[in-house]
Design a protein around this ligand. Sequence first.
Ligand code: FAD
Length: 440
Amino acid sequence: MLDSKANNSLWADSKERFKGKSLDSNLDFDVAIIGGGFSGLWTAFHLNQIDRTLRIAIFEAREIGFGASGRNGGWASSEYPVSKKTLIRKIGLASTERLFAALSQSIDEIGKFAGKHAPEAGFKKSGSLYFARNEGQLRRLEEKSEAGEWLSKDSLRELINIKGALAGRFNPECATVHPYNLLQGLAKFISSRGISIYTNSWATRVNGGILASSFFVRAPIVVQATEVYGDKNRSFIPLYSLMVATEPLSKSVWSEIGNKERFTFAENAHVINYAQRTVDNRLALGGRGATSPFGSILQESRESNEKVHKRLIDLAKSWFPALDDVEFTHRWGGAVAITRDWEPYLQFDGGFGKLGGYAGDGVTMSHLAGKIMAQEILNIKSDLRSLHFVNKKIREWEPEPLRYLGVNTLIYLSTISDREEELTKRPSKINRFIEPVILR
Ligand SMILES: Cc1cc2nc3c(=O)[nH]c(=O)nc-3n(C[C@H](O)[C@H](O)[C@H](O)COP(=O)(O)OP(=O)(O)OC[C@H]3O[C@@H](n4cnc5c(N)ncnc54)[C@H](O)[C@@H]3O)c2cc1C
């Protein structure tokens, strides 16, 4: 089963491929984890860091890296899907600062791990930049203080040459990674520590453990780390995020663009977009804008929406005219899991745990959530366990057709508003209807 790629992303072209075991008998473990993405692997990693004697197994339905962890934009950021301002209002300043400090610490711990065990991930903590190209974006950027230090047009130009950029904000708390290689390195490392990783092993929770590939695996503790592939109920919706990547760009193109440091960057539009200069000098750019499926049922066909891929390519070329004659060699996509209040979930009841719902900020958050899950399982005293999202009740999304209509109307209006701001260079009139809902 290792003949085909784990998914159709640029990242999965990598020669790094972890080969998991096949399950061929009933087994017995202390902890069984369903899902071989960052959430599952970091949970196993942290459990093993605390107690080396624990018998842990991971069951992955496909290959390691099949899911979002092997296809994402590679921003290991300290971003949280809800804004700092809203969080301060909801949970207070001290709890908000504790959360952001924990996220920053996770970036550094991922970096330490990658430096030692996954050098192919090209981890580089060189910050992230948001920039504005019209008055609407500029006004929102002025209010987005968590995006970091203000950069004037001229200081921005010294870092990166984006056509029409008016100003930016730079946050040093972000790293760029090759996510798939980081995940493969993590799989290799935990496997060398005695953690069993079974691939092509679809698993489901049953009384006393799990059923995987028709075998019974006894385990008093089961963790569900399947994020967007999890149970179809109203606890989250899938939103598709699509990506494109260029061929490796020449030195002359990069000297025109800038970004020597490989910081991640995005235009401050309503429809989320995110870019990185890859470790092999390509531009990889992603963005939302594809509609959400009715009934929240995943549809592979939505990963290759031609219109959205073209919009991303046009966006890249509008930033950097030097890309006009460059080939975009890769197009792919995947879904992110969004909860009703846009916060991640992490729940453990003594025998069963689940974690996810990172809303597109899962690279760093899965490290933090995996660490907290390990502490919950082993009942370790820790401040992290009192972070506000831990064991918080999950609010349900509205039933269909309300959520389909509501979510897709917002996606549609956000796209129109961005287009209007791009053409008029002024804040869109639609903003007063959509911003109270989408600027969380
Ligand atoms: C295109 C895209 C771009 C993104 N960009 C960023 C970014 O730049 N920065 C960021 O922080 N986040 C980003 N994200 C989000 C981030 O990638 C995810 O939040 C994170 O990877 C989730 O990790 P996970 O381990 O929880 O889930 P996944 O990586 O999806 O892993 C879940 C795994 O569970 C397996 N599985 C499902 N059901 C079963 C079953 N029954 N039995 C066994 N295995 C099963 C799946 O095959 C899958 O491999 C992006 C996501 C996408 C799709």
